[in-house]
Ligand binder design. Structure first.
Ligand code: GDP
Ligand code: IMO
Ligand code: MG
Length: 423
């Protein structure tokens, strides 16, 4: 049975959690393959609202096995809190599996994240300060500590001693912060070993076996295409690859098992943190999007910057991820506006860009070229099939499909599960 990847096509918060939860109804395994608790995926089921940062959204479907794969970075304290919160709300987490290869976010990663941002001053990235960047930095510098190290006290102590020697120098001499106590960290992390033990597994093997048995596997992306460290608006990106190709690497399966890539696109666009954003609206319309769309971060509560849909970026996301289809979310929020704008190109003094520019400066200097489309200006949140939508909304969906060159197979008109129109 082939696997499906779900990825964000914008700067995050497109509604990947909701889309994953809906598709997970028919899935057996749902896998997070990159990122950490910088993600915030909100799922609404009836009157209940769940905000997940690390555990895949599939956990809310009974019987689905949620997997945190080796490409993720894991803050064990946050993971255990998330497990406890879910259990206290009656969600069974016993099937959760955590890769022994996943890297651990250590206390110094969180402090370094905040200090590096402080040092950048005006140039700061606006990270979530969860230690994501420093944890991936250590991974690639081969200084990282992995989940499996928790189960070998000597190795853990040795690795921690080596790395802390360097980190403490850095914290004290450069950042003017107190050093950290090796024994305290060691005791804390050894304490996590017992609690995490029932979940730790060879997740690559598990996923491969599931695929071999004809089971349905979903890969749930976190962050999004334009936050990708290689393909996003560097350096205003996250420190991993949230694009579809990374699902195979992060989970440890071959790319040939993936046959469907669903790109989640919000009907408008938002960004949290710094960096270029050509269609950003600094006006009443943008403020209305924030208000009606509830555009405040799930993780940090920060107000998200909002603007009109950017089809240049959407075409780019289609190409980079090899999208097979699109899930268009929050279409109901556009009911607020009589006229809708869609960016079709970027205009600069050097000419017009129909493709995402290779020189990032263009994104700052460009003026979006808009096409105007009629709005529908009626509440569509009660629609349950595409036939319930007004013609203008159907035309908007068709416009998105034509721009991206792939079909829209799912339209979301509200946070709830049933506010989902499938094609
Ligand atoms: P993710 O990070 O991509 O999973 O997205 P977030 O959960 O951070 O942000 C999406 C927000 O929009 C959440 O609060 C969802 O409950 C909500 N949401 C998802 N789909 C829809 C929709 O179609 N309409 C509305 N109004 N809200 C939605
Ligand atoms: P989901 O999965 C939106 C942004 C941060 C910052 C940049 C780097 O909910 O879509 P980091 O802490 O990763 O080093 O921050 O990336 N960012 C997100 N923005 N949604 C997310 O996740 C994000 N995860 C990171 O705001 O600009
Ligand atoms: Mg989010």
């Amino acid at each position: 049975m082939p696997a499906t990847v779900i990825v964000g096509t914008q700067w995050g918060d497109e509604g990947k959690g909701k889309v994953t939860d809906v598709l997970a109804e028919n899935a057996d395994v749902v896998v997070r393959f990159q990122g950490g608790n910088n993600a915030g995926h909100t799922i609404v089921i009836g009157e209940e609202r769940f905000a997940l940062t690390l555990i895949p959204s599939g956990v809310l479907n009974p019987g689905v096995m949620p997997v945190i794969a080796g490409g993720c970075v894991v803050d064990p304290k946050v993971l255990l809190e998330e497990i406890a919160t879910l259990e206290s709300r009656g969600v069974d987490t016993s099937l959760l599996r955590l890769s022994a290869n996943a890297h651990l976010i250590m206390p110094y990663h969180r402090v370094l994240d905040a200090q590096q941002e402080r040092f950048l001053g005006e140039a700061q990235i606006g990270t979530t300060k969860r230690g994501i960047g420093p944890a991936y930095t250590d991974k690639y510098a081969r200084n990282g500590i992995r989940v499996q190290d928790l189960f070998d006290a000597k190795i853990l102590a040795d690795k921690l001693a080596v790395t802390l020697r360097e980190k403490n120098k850095l914290l004290q001499a450069l950042y003017d912060q107190p050093g950290m106590d090796e024994k305290e960290i060691l005791d804390e992390y050894l304490g996590y070993a017992e609690l995490l033990a029932p979940h730790v597994a060879d997740t690559s093997l598990l996923i491969s076996e599931a695929l071999g048995q004809g089971k349905q596997v979903l890969f749930e992306g976190a962050q999004a295409t334009l936050l990708d460290v290689d393909h996003g608006t560097y350096p205003f990106v996250t420190s991993s690859n949230p694009t579809a190709g990374a699902a195979a690497v992060g989970a440890g399966v071959g790319p040939t098992s993936i046959t469907r890539v669903v790109g989640v696109a919000k009907a408008y666009i938002s960004r949290v943190g710094s960096g270029p954003f050509p269609t950003e609206l600094d006006d009443e319309v943008g403020a209305r999007m924030v208000e009606v769309g509830g555009e405040f971060g799930t993780v940090t509560g920060r107000r998200r910057r909002c603007g009109w849909l950017d089809t240049v970026a959407l075409r780019y996301a289609t190409r980079i991820n090899g999208l097979t289809d699109i899930a268009l979310t929050k279409l109901d929020v556009l009911s607020e506006f009589d006229r809708l704008k869609v960016c079709v190109a970027y205009e600069t003094d050097q000419g017009r860009f129909d493709e995402f520019p290779r020189q990032q400066r263009v994104l700052y200097e460009s003026r979006p070229v808009y096409e105007e489309l009629p709005g529908w200006a009626t509440d569509i949140s009660a629609a349950r099939t595409l036939d319930d939508l007004p013609q203008e909304a159907i035309d908007y969906i068709a416009y998105v499909e034509k721009s991206a060159g792939v079909p829209v197979t799912m339209v979301s008109v509200g946070p709830q599960r049933d506010a989902t129109l499938l094609r």
